[in-house]
Design a binder for this molecule. Structure first.
Ligand code: B12
Ligand code: SF4
Length: 422
C-alpha cells in the first residue's frame, strides 16, 4: 500500500501580541515522530522568527489586520503573526497531501486555524484535516465547528492512527527544519497541584516522570541536530526531581554537552533545593523563570497553595548562591480575585528579593473554577474572549494596565541584567 503523504502545519497567530518566547510546536512534532516510519512527512511552520537574540528568542513577521468584532472595545492594534498566507497556498498548489495535521495552542488563537482550514479545503478538498493540541483538548466541540475531519482530544492518538491506517511506533520528535537553534523537551507530564486557574488539572491530571534514558536520547538528538538552547515545557519540572531531572542533569554534565537550558513555563520555587539548584546551574540553566503569580498568602491558599512567600524568598537566595544569574518571577495581572494593589505588592516583593519581574496577563481557561468566575468580563463560551490582553484591559482599563507595565519596567531597570542577552 502507498505511504500516506502527510502535511503538518503550525498555524499563524492572530493576537495583539505574540513573540517567539522559545515557541516550538512540540506536541505536533511528537505526533510526527510517531508516524514518520509509515508516512511521507512535510512540515509547514508559519511561526518562523525574522530575528532572534542570543538565547534563540525572536520576533515573528507580522502585519496589522482588522480587529474582530469581539475586540472592538480594545484600543490596541490587532495583528497576524507568521509567514505570508501565499507561501502556504503555493505549497498546497504544488504538492498533494492525503492528510493535513494542524497543531493548536491557545483557545483564542482559533482564527489562525480557520485560515489554514480554509486554504486546505480550497486547494486540497480531498485531504483529511486533523486538529490536535491544547485548544482541541479544552474545547473539542468548538474545534469541531471549524470544519476539520478529525479533532483529537488529549493524548489519545488512536483515531489518528486509524485514519492513516498505520500502527503507532514510539520514536523521537520529528524536528526536521523546525529546530532553528531552539529545541524543546519535557521530562515529565502533568502536575500534582490543582491550581484553580490552571488547565493542567483538566488536561493531564496525573503526574508522571519519563524514563531518564528516553529523555537523554531525546536530548542527545537535539544536540546532534544543532540545538544551542533547550526550553523545558514541563508543568512541574522540579517535582520528584530525584526520579528524572537530577539523574538527567548528572548525565548532561558528565557528557559535557554545553547547551543552555530555559524554563519559560515557570518553575515551582518550593522544590528548588540547594542540590538541584547547583545541578541546574552546572548543567547550563541560563534563565530561571519562577511562577510566583501573587505574593499574598491568602490568595495562594485559596487557589491551590503552590507557593508561599517564604519559599519564594528562599528559592531566590538558593539560586543566587548556586550561581544563577537570570532569575525572573511571573506576576499575574487580571485574575478575577486580584486587585491592582496586590499586583503591585507582588512585583515589589519579587523585586525586593532581587528577581526580575514579568507581568503575566491572565487568560481565563474554560472548565477551570476561576475561568467560570470571569463571566463579568468575558463571554467564556467565545474563545476569543479568553485573550490575555483583552481580558486584562476589560478587567482594569488601559491606563491602569499601562501603569502596571511601566512600574514593572522601572523595577526591572534597577536589577542587574545578569547574562540576559537582550
Ligand atoms: C509550553 C507552554 C507555553 C510556552 C509556549 C508554547 C507554544 N508553543 O506556544 C510559553 C511558556 C511561551 C507559554 C506562554 C503562554 N501560555 Co502557555 N502553555 C504551555 C504548556 C505548558 C504546554 C503546551 C505544549 O506545548 N505542550 C507540549 C505537548 C507535548 O503537549 P500537548 O500539546 O498536550 O500534546 C499532546 C496532545 O495535545 C496531542 N497533540 C498536540 N499537538 C497535536 C497536533 C496534532 C495534529 C495532533 C493530532 C495531536 C496533537 O498530542 C500530544 C501527545 O503527546 C500549556 C499547558 C499544558 N500542559 O498543556 C500552557 C498553556 C497552553 N498556556 C497557557 C497560557 C495562558 C499562556 C500565556 C497566555 C501565559 C501568559 N499569561 O502570558 C502565554 C501566551 C503566549 C503568547 N504568545 O501569547 C494556557 C492556555 C489558556 C488558553 N485559554 O488557551 C495553558 C493551557 C496553561 C495553563 N496552565 O492553563 N505557554
Ligand atoms: S502548579 Fe502550575 S502547572 Fe501545576 S496546577 Fe498549579 S499552575 Fe498549573
Amino acid at each position: 500500500m502507498a505511504r500516506s503523504r502527510v502535511l503538518l502545519v503550525n498555524p499563524p497567530i492572530q493576537d495583539f501580541t505574540a513573540c517567539d518566547f522559545w515557541l516550538r510546536p512540540y506536541g505536533m512534532l511528537r505526533v510526527a515522530g510517531r508516524i514518520q516510519h509509515a508516512c511521507d512527512l512535510d512540515v509547514f511552520d508559519f511561526l518562523v522568527s525574522r530575528t532572534t537574540d542570543a538565547w534563540g528568542r525572536g520576533r515573528f513577521p507580522d502585519e496589522v489586520v482588522a480587529r474582530p468584532r469581539a475586540f472592538q472595545d480594545i484600543p490596541r492594534r490587532f495583528r497576524r503573526f507568521g509567514r505570508p498566507r501565499d507561501e502556504f497556498r503555493q505549497l498546497l498548489r504544488s504538492r498533494r497531501f492525503d492528510a493535513v495535521l494542524v497543531q493548536t495552542m491557545m483557545t483564542y488563537w482559533y482564527p489562525g486555524l480557520r485560515e489554514v482550514i480554509e486554504d486546505v479545503r480550497r486547494f486540497q478538498p480531498d485531504a483529511a484535516i486533523v486538529l490536535g493540541g491544547v485548544y482541541t483538548t479544552l474545547l473539542p466541540s468548538h474545534a469541531r465547528s471549524l470544519g476539520a475531519g478529525l479533532v483529537v482530544q488529549g493524548s489519545d492518538l488512536a483515531p489518528l492512527f486509524r485514519l492513516l491506517a498505520i500502527d503507532a511506533k514510539d520514536a523521537l520528535p520529528y524536528w526536521n527544519g523546525s529546530l532553528r537553534q531552539v529545541g524543546v523537551m519535557k521530562l515529565t507530564e502533568g502536575c500534582p497541584f490543582r491550581c484553580t486557574y490552571c488547565a493542567v488539572p483538566l488536561t493531564t491530571p496525573d503526574f508522571t516522570s519519563r524514563p531518564v534514558s528516553e529523555c537523554l536520547e531525546e536530548f542527545r538528538a537535539l544536540a546532534r541536530l544543532g540545538a544551542r538552547d533547550v526550553a523545558f515545557y514541563d508543568d512541574a519540572l522540579l517535582f520528584n526531581s530525584g526520579d528524572c531531572l537530577a539523574p538527567f542533569l548528572r548525565s548532561v554534565i558528565g557528557e559535557k554537552i554545553g547547551l543552555s537550558f530555559h524554563t519559560p513555563n515557570a518553575l515551582n520555587a518550593r522544590f528548588i533545593s540547594p542540590e538541584i539548584a547547583a545541578l541546574m546551574v552546572r548543567a547550563g540553566f541560563a534563565s530561571f523563570f519562577i511562577g510566583l503569580e501573587n505574593s499574598a498568602e491568602e490568595w495562594q491558599r485559596r487557589t491551590g497553595g503552590k507557593l508561599s512567600r517564604e519559599e519564594f524568598r528562599e528559592a531566590v537566595a538558593v539560586l543566587r548562591s548556586a550561581g544563577a544569574r537570570y532569575i525572573c518571577a511571573y506576576a499575574l495581572i487580571g485574575h478575577p480575585d486580584v486587585e491592582l494593589d496586590e499586583v503591585e505588592a507582588t512585583m515589589r516583593f519579587a523585586h525586593d528579593q532581587g528577581a526580575r519581574v514579568l507581568l503575566s496577563e491572565f487568560a481565563p481557561v474554560p472548565g477551570t473554577p476561576d475561568g467560570g468566575r470571569c463571566r463579568q468580563w468575558a463571554d467564556i463560551e467565545e474563545p476569543l474572549s479568553h485573550n490575555k490582553t483583552a481580558f486584562t484591559i476589560r478587567r482594569f482599563g488601559v491606563q491602569q494596565v499601562n501603569r502596571m507595565k511601566a512600574l514593572c519596567r522601572q523595577l526591572n531597570s534597577q536589577v542587574p541584567r545578569g547574562e540576559q542577552p537582550c
